[in-house]
Write a protein that binds this ligand. Structure first.
Ligand SMILES: [Zn+2]
Ligand SMILES: [Zn+2]
Length: 195
């Protein structure tokens, strides 16, 4: 069992929590994609990237994530028009988390919004994705045992299970299929080449 995880921005105005859940419910991974990196670069928070430009993320269903205070500080970015919804706090530019859409029941909570150590609270990362886009060659021990493909399949299995279990709502990020805050779209659709 993973105990409830406290969430908070660095200035303390926004706080939240991830509800206690069985260990297999969450998925910790490092994403090296350019889009995740561009999001942190835009927020001027490259200090949240690891030394190879990767983002440490803990994926959980939306129903497990609650914002307790500071709702008005939550803001949303999309690097491209149909892009991932990337949330942050406008009080202090703390990266909060990523959602594919209102339909898919997943929030990738960025480690910067987690109070305390993810290692201690949820254990080590289960693997990495988009290592080919990393800044430099990611050492195997940091990558983890699973391939990119295995990680993607693992996420798809979790998404389907969470969808079937109705874990999409309530959501701190979407209401009636719409984001709670209009996302700011960066660049006119040309932003990040993620191929
Ligand atoms: Zn803040
Ligand atoms: Zn990414």
């Amino acid at each position: 069992m993973v105990e409830g995880i406290k969430l908070g921005c660095r200035c303390g105005q926004v706080s939240g929590r991830i509800a206690a859940h069985p260990h297999w419910q969450g998925n910790r991974l490092i994403c090296y994609c350019k889009d995740c990196r561009a999001y942190l670069q835009h927020l001027e928070r490259t200090d949240c990237l690891n030394e190879f430009g990767g983002t440490d993320i803990y994926q959980v269903p939306p129903a497990h994530v609650t914002i307790l205070q500071g709702h008005a500080q939550l803001a949303c970015l999309q690097m491209t028009r149909q892009g991932v919804y990337r949330w942050y706090t406008q009080c202090c530019n703390t990266p909060v988390g990523n959602c594919f859409s209102a339909f898919w029941p997943m929030v990738g909570v960025v480690h910067s919004f987690v109070l305390g150590s993810l290692d201690e609270q949820v254990g080590p990362s289960s693997g990495s994705v988009y290592c080919r886009d990393a800044q430099g060659r990611v050492p195997d021990e940091l990558k983890g045992a699973r391939s990119h493909k295995a990680m993607v399949l693992r996420l798809i299995a979790k998404l389907l299970a969470w969808k079937l279990c109705g874990k999409n709502t309530p959501s701190a990020f979407f209401v009636n299929g719409e984001p709670r805050v209009m996302p700011q779209q960066l660049a006119s659709g040309t932003a990040v080449d993620n191929d």
